[in-house]
Design a protein around this ligand. Structure first.
Ligand code: TRP
Length: 335
């Protein structure tokens, strides 16, 4: 698969440090299968990034394979995009080192994620946690993407990457293409089922629906979803005053394709008792084929291995070209 049609290049990485949940799926992930038709896409599992925080080796291995299988099950056809595991492409670590030397201590100190994570893991404020954005910049720049879809929380890291590009190109000429962050406007913002003021996340386990949850667990989580303590108890989209119900309406709309108006009409006079299980059912049916396909793929090790090997081979080819160019510009002797 070569980019012969001069498609624009897109790249995105995700850390295999936890399982995918409904918020990931209804946000960006669901739109990726369409994007691989239009763009030359690189998707990788950022395992090198996960070890800035201690990981249990067996769990890391398992999460990486599960994430790979889930990606494919969600429609990322490995024939149509480059799907790989970061640590298989050694150029990431190499360019990461180089970029360390072109990022400033002060710049790195200002990263809010560094400040947050070092406050949270005070026993392990390691160098990797601090220089993480340099590795992320390397991930991006090796493939010269036109844009990088990221969540709001990663915007600052992409900005730092852009500063590095400017600094590096200022010294050596046009080596790197300037990447554009792409803060997705498509896709829904899904909140926690039991704390609808916070985004759905694995750090609030009860309010988080995983892609691989069993149907009965999904049903239970939706039955227990926080609605609102207002007295009218009607299904109406009002995110200000009824954030819990609004979140459920957003989820129901995303999985059924119905409009908010249609949903309000459907549950007119029925109250939350009918609404919550209906949302749960709709989510169960949406996730069922993904879970089944993920489970099937996880049993087919040989196939998964062929996917990540091919992916790494394709990725290395492009990454090596960039790395050679960088080494040459810097003044390293070519081998
Ligand atoms: N830092 C990203 C996250 O934690 C993951 C990531 C690593 C990434 N490298 C990247 C995202 C390159 C986009 C591009 O979510």
């Amino acid at each position: 698969m070569e980019n012969t049609e001069n498609k624009k290049v897109m790249l995105s990485g995700i850390q295999p440090s936890g399982a995918l949940h409904l918020g990931n799926y209804l946000g960006p992930l669901r739109h990726w299968p369409k994007m691989i038709e239009e763009f030359d896409c690189y998707f990788f599992l950022a395992d090198l990034h996960t070890i800035t925080v201690r990981q249990e080796p067996a769990a890391l291995r398992q999460q990486t394979m599960t994430l790979l299988a889930s990606y494919i099950a969600c429609g990322l056809d490995p024939e149509k995009c480059t799907l790989f595991i970061q640590s298989h492409v050694h150029q990431h670590a190499e360019l990461g080192w180089v970029l360390n030397c072109y990022a400033m201590f002060g710049e790195l100190s200002r990263m809010t994620q560094f400040k947050d994570k070092s406050a949270k893991h005070q026993e392990n404020v390691n160098g990797g946690l601090f220089t993480y954005p340099c590795l992320m910049a390397a991930d991006i720049l090796l493939y010269q993407p036109d844009f990088v879809p990221v969540g709001e929380d990663q915007r600052q890291h992409v900005e730092l990457c852009r500063n590095i590009v400017q600094r590096f190109n200022g010294i050596y000429g046009e080596v790197f293409k300037m990447p554009e962050p792409y803060i997705a406007k498509v896709g829904a913002r899904i909140m926690s089922l039991n704390m609808p003021d916070s985004k759905m996340s694995k750090s609030i386990p009860d309010g988080c629906v995983y892609l691989l949850d069993k149907p009965e667990d999904i049903a239970r989580k939706f039955k227990r979803a926080v609605t609102d303590s207002d007295t009218e108890r009607c299904v109406r989209y009002d995110p200000e005053n009824k954030p819990g119900v609004a979140n459920l309406i957003t989820i129901y709309a995303s999985v059924t394709g119905k409009s908010y108006g249609e949903i309000e009409a459907e549950f007119e006079g029925k109250g939350y008792g009918a609404f919550k299980p209906a949302v749960g059912e709709a989510v169960i049916e949406t996730l069922r084929p993904i879970r089944e396909e993920t489970e099937r793929l996880l049993k087919d090790r040989a196939y998964l291995e062929s996917v990540y090997r091919n992916g790494a081979e394709r990725a290395s080819y492009v990454a090596e070209r960039t790395l050679r160019k960088v080494y040459k510009k810097i003044g390293f002797i070519q081998k």
